[in-house]
Design a protein around this ligand. Structure first.
Ligand code: TMP
Ligand code: ASP
Length: 237
């Protein structure tokens, strides 16, 4: 399958139209951004490491019966995915407190959250991805009540697969963000799952291995991502 033209250029990935209307090629670029695009950098090998981790995770989710957009990897930085009608809503699950929930609610970082917290954000960089609720989604037509229920159930199902998987690899899955879309009417996990969109801490020391390394200038981001891949058993070129 070949790239025909760029459909959408995001902050870290580009979606390419192919000659099949049902599929797009998602290219993982080396571009890295944080704080809704305020801090950016281009980091050698980041695209291929994220693409490899994403492919590994998508495969695990699909083996667990969760519908994802993932079809197959094309090469180091490109994957073939189903073309979804994306919903402009970001679903976040938090197993431990970190990031915005600490700022918003004054919760101390690292506190275990049981049951896991589920939050919705509007995908809108210009507005800084504000937190929203189901009522906003329904009134403004971003997602129906039924779609939201399905997204929440899928987001928790992902947690049940991934939290133990990361723990077996010596990492705590602190929180993560998922995006969903519709493929021929079916709710499907879209976007990606990589260290760009989740928080991962070393289970022993609590050392951060995710994009907070970049956000907070804690060290070499790509080295951290390569360590995540290595611990999961993902092979890298
Ligand atoms: P937050 O603490 O900034 O609300 O983010 C929670 C988790 O979701 C964290 O792992 C980062 C991820 N996330 C994104 O990757 N992109 C986003 O736009 C948002 C809102 C969260
Ligand atoms: N993913 C968002 C951005 O790139 C938010 C973040 O990761 O800080 O700006």
């Amino acid at each position: 399958m070949d790239k025909v033209k760029a459909l959408y250029k995001g902050k870290a990935k580009t979606a390419w139209e192919t000659n099949d209307p049902d599929f797009v090629i998602m290219e993982f670029r080396n571009d890295t951004s944080a704080f809704d695009g305020v801090k950016t950098a281009s980091l050698e090998r980041k695209g291929l490491v994220n693409s490899a981790v994403d492919a590994f995770i998508m495969q695990k989710l699909s083996e667990a019966g969760i519908a994802t957009h993932f079809e197959r990897r094309i090469d180091d930085n490109n994957v073939l995915v189903k073309k979804l009608d994306m919903l402009p809503v970001e679903c976040v699950v938090r197993n431990r407190a970190a990031g915005s929930i600490c700022r918003r609610l004054g919760i101390e970082e690292g506190r275990a959250l049981s049951p896991a917290v589920f939050e919705l954000f509007l995908k809108n960089d210009a507005l800084g991805d504000p937190m929203i609720n189901t009522s906003h989604c329904v009134t403004f037509g971003w997602a129906t009540q039924e779609q939201l229920a399905e997204m929440e159930a899928l987001t928790h199902a992902v947690n049940n697969v991934l939290a133990p998987l990361f723990l077996d690899a010596g990492m705590v899955l602190v929180d993560y963000k998922l995006e969903f879309g519709l493929f021929k009417g079916q709710m499907v996990l879209g976007d990606e799952f990589s260290p760009d969109g989740c928080r991962l801490w070393d289970a022993e020391s609590g050392r951060k291995l995710d994009k907070d390394v970049f956000r907070q200038d804690l060290g070499d981001l790509v080295e951290s991502y390569e360590e995540v891949a290595r611990r999961l058993g993902v092979e890298l070129p």
